[in-house]
Design a protein around this ligand. Structure first.
Ligand code: SF4
Length: 536
């Protein structure tokens, strides 16, 4: 068994080892996968979709909730089976599961040759046998590679944010937010009770010079603008897995966005555990608004959006910025988690239905025609029938365009793990279904109201369901998570091109999806006209 930092068996320089890569979990984990694939590619490896013929297998895992952990373990076991039966010489496990169960993975799955945590992405090269391990670290150094804390690698990554010029907006920056330091003192990030997990928190953050092999559809890309989270939400172990909140440097994000647009990307989605905290550790006020304002000026960028807003950090300036630029999607993803004040208090999030309704009204007034997405957790310990009813009433009143519902998952290491009042699994599932059914009716009404409207659609290609339909998204659909616009009539166009924008008319409305007829190609598809978008 060899850790990422162990002495590797180096692959010969002439042969290009073939790497089969499985990426699980959220878009944030996908960006980590793209960074690891970029590093492997630059080191001479060849990515292959055919795991059976790969020399090296990598599984980048998710450990968010029980279901995600099970999916990760299943994928590792499947790859272990392939390794035993096929040609692979190495199996590497990366990602959040490693931060939680580093030793257990190595102990219980002997086919695993190396593990790479979220804070040591560059160690994928050592694990794959494409680089020698770095020299022995200085004891006590914060850049202790063998401890699994961090990979300083080639020195290109944003190991600590905030030391370079910030185009006139930068002041000398603290390493982390005061809130993060305070919460660390309170034990928020502690892994002390986790057997076999490395005690050190990840600090790694990629930057614009880090190679990335993009896996998203051609016109669309994610940019991770920050990593980690300082919030105290009691159901969540992500801060324990990913560390304290830290932002990418402002100019690094701009440089990455410009390079992506130069490659042909037309839609950029900014991600992080909490994008609305962006820049607080760089001493920036309204950092996300400043960043959006600057990014929106990139010529050729047709759609710009951000995900994962924290409700009490949606500022007037952020909304003004969204309203001001035509190429900032009128779309806000704000996970509220619940609407009953006692449950929110137990979740250590605060707020309640009344406060949230005021917030939504403010957002809708400031940014007309905005689509709102949220997600809720049902079955949190102590959630009563009355709490659930309050949540349902709120959902009816709020009329979200998109809504996700998670069944509460009992996560060891979270503060909620020790709370009394567990809700039976059967009740949790009933509530989850009831809320989804409620939202289905609301969504159906919203979709029906779109009938006959003119919408601008980013075409993604032939539908996976049938070659008779093509599919795409409007600015109101984020990649992968929201509904779909199906195109069944190309009008006068002989063919459509994936990655281009088309003006369409909505001809059918379903519960979550629309069907539309193509009227012609959009002017906004042309880089020089970026920002002229109208319609849905
Ligand atoms: S905001 Fe709350 S739920 Fe989201 S990652 Fe941070 S701690 Fe977890």
């Amino acid at each position: 068994m060899e850790k990422a930092s162990g002495a590797p068996e180096l692959f010969e320089k002439q042969a290009r080892p073939r790497v089969g890569f499985v990426s699980l979990g959220c878009p944030k984990n996908l960006v980590d996968s793209e960074v690891m694939m970029g590093l492997l590619d630059r080191a001479g490896a060849l990515m292959t979709p055919d795991a059976e013929t790969a020399d090296i297998l990598v599984v980048n895992t998710c450990s968010f909730i029980d279901k995600a952990k099970q999916e990760s373990v299943d994928a590792i076991l499947e790859m272990a089976r392939l390794k035993t039966a096929g040609s692979a010489r190495k199996l590497i496990v990366a990602g959040c599961l490693v931060e939680r169960y580093r030793d257990e993975i190595q102990k219980n799955i002997p086919e695993v040759d190396a593990v790479v945590g979220t804070g040591e992405l560059e160690q994928i090269l050592v694990a794959a046998g494409l680089a020698m391990p770095a020299p022995m670290p200085v004891p006590g150094s914060p850049f202790n590679i063998l401890s699994g804390t961090i990979s300083s690698g080639n020195g290109q990554a944003d190991v600590r944010p905030g030391t370079e010029s910030l185009a006139g907006t930068h002041k000398s920056a603290p390493a982390f937010r005061a809130e993060g330091d305070r919460r660390e003192e309170q034990g928020r990030f502690s892994r002390g009770s986790w057997d076999g997990a490395d005690a050190h928190l990840p600090q790694y953050l990629y930057d614009h010079t880090t190679p990335r092999l993009r896996t998203t559809k051609s016109a669309s890309a994610y940019i991770k603008i920050a990593e980690g989270c300082d919030h105290p939400c009691t159901f969540c172990v992500i801060p324990n897995l990913r560390g304290k909140f830290r932002s990418r440097r402002f100019e690094s994000v701009i440089a990455e966005a410009e390079a992506l647009v130069a490659e042909g990307v037309r839609e950029i989605t900014l991600i992080g555990q909490d994008t609305t905290c962006y820049g607080e550790d760089l001493d920036l006020k309204d950092g996300l608004a400043l960043l959006l304002d600057r990014l929106a000026r990139i010529e050729g960028l047709t759609w710009l959006r951000f995900l994962y807003a924290y409700p009490n950090r949606i500022t007037g300036r952020l909304l003004e910025t969204m309203a001001k630029h035509d190429n900032i999607c009128k779309y806000l993803d704000v996970p509220l988690q619940h609407a009953s004040a006692p449950v929110l208090k137990a979740m250590k999030r605060g707020g309640g239905a009344e406060i949230f309704l005021k917030l939504l009204a403010k957002v809708r007034a400031a940014v007309p025609n905005i689509a709102l997405r949220t997600s809720f957790i049902v079955g949190f310990p102590g959630e009563t029938d009355a709490d659930f009813e309050a949540l349902c009433d709120f959902v009816v009143e709020a009329k979200f365009d998109w809504l996700g519902v998670f069944a509460y998952s009992h996560e060891e290491g979270s503060k909620a793990f020790d709370l009394a009042g567990a809700v039976p699994k059967r009740v949790i599932e009933q509530r989850r279904r009831a809320l989804m059914k409620l939202q289905k009716g609301i969504s159906r009404q919203t979709m029906r109201a779109r009938m006959g409207q003119t919408i601008d659609v980013l075409v993604e290609g032939e539908s996976e369901e049938t070659p008779l339909l093509w599919e795409g998204r409007t600015q109101h659909h984020a990649p992968e998570i929201d509904g779909t616009v199906y195109l069944n009539d190309f009008g006068s166009m002989e063919a459509l091109t994936p990655g281009r924008f088309y003006r369409c008319e909505v001809t059918e409305a379903h519960d979550y999806d629309l069907v539309a007829r193509v009227m012609g190609e959009c002017a906004i598809a042309e880089p020089e006209l970026a920002g002229a978008g109208a319609g849905l």
